[in-house]
Design a protein around this ligand. Sequence first.
Ligand SMILES: CSCCC(=O)C(=O)COP(=O)(O)O
Ligand code: ZN
Length: 197
Amino acid sequence: MTPGEALAAECARYAAMGWMRGTSGNLSVVVDRDPLRLAVTVSGKDKGELTPDDVVLVDAGGNTDDPVRVPSAEAALHGRIAAVSGAGAVVHVHALAPVVAAERWPGGVELRDLEMLKGFGRRAHDDVVVIPVVPNGQDMGVLGDAFEEGFRPDVPALLVARHGVYVWGDDLYQARHRLECLEWLLRFTVEVPSSRR
Ligand SMILES: CSCCC(=O)C(=O)COP(=O)(O)O
Ligand SMILES: [Zn+2]
């Protein structure tokens, strides 16, 4: 499968889950590590209807020399996450539970004692996972600096307040599995009163 085919297929899956409403969300895969180059989804299109041609090659700063396609407005944050974490794929969706969780716990969202933590690469018990939250903004350099400040190699996710969630992994499939488990964990956390958790 080409990067374009894989990105379009993953977008269709997330869109069907209601996590890419409107034209929201963007995905990327690393196609070269040195220098870093990523294939990222185009900006402003319905991500449930992408074709394999709707991807753009960008550098670590999100810049492209493609004369036609416009990369995601968030391509530079994908580049920063891939550079800092070593991830091979970065996914960003606008699912609701991550945004509600970030709103309630702007200092970071604590997760513990849940079996689904294993799907996020952590232990179900005797472990506390804190998902960092950064303020939203339109400057990807500022967002990237905030991400890097709170980066921990054992937490492959970032919540952007009033915006959405980023998750990454070795490839699109690991990123997807982590995202699906994290969304479940965050939904549980916002829906179940703290006295029951
Ligand atoms: C209604 S979506 C607003 C922009 C955004 O947050 C997003 O994820 C999509 O941006 P892109 O440039 O990748 O289409
Ligand atoms: Zn977004």
